[in-house]
Design a binder for this molecule. Structure first.
Ligand SMILES: [Zn+2]
Length: 95
């Protein structure tokens, strides 16, 4: 077992490859309007390559609703209870 992934810094330090290997789904939450959505992992790899740090994605993500850039990166555990499903926090807005 590796280090627990709990904080935003932990999330940011992961590469896309590692996040996917650990079974996480990657979601972006817009910093402006709070729209969020789970991303297609293969599409992210195709666009950025597997070794990009998740920290880099947050400045490049563009909101499909308000069109602004800058998002939070959230990870969703596929198998945990609802309460602990999201790292570092649940999405605040509606998907
Ligand atoms: Zn937005």
């Amino acid at each position: 077992m590796g280090k627990l992934i709990e904080t935003e810094a932990d999330v940011h330090a992961l590469t896309l490859r590692k996040a996917i290997e650990l079974g996480f789904q990657v979601a972006f939450e817009c910093c402006h309007c709070r729209k969020w959505g789970v991303q297609d992992a293969l599409a992210l790899i195709h666009k950025y390559g597997p070794e990009i740090k998740l920290e880099k994605l947050k400045n490049d993500a563009k909101c499909t609703r308000c069109r602004k850039q800058q998002a939070r990166v959230l990870l969703k555990r596929p198998y945990q209870s609802r309460r602990h499903a999201w790292i570092p926090h649940d999405p605040m807005g509606r998907g």
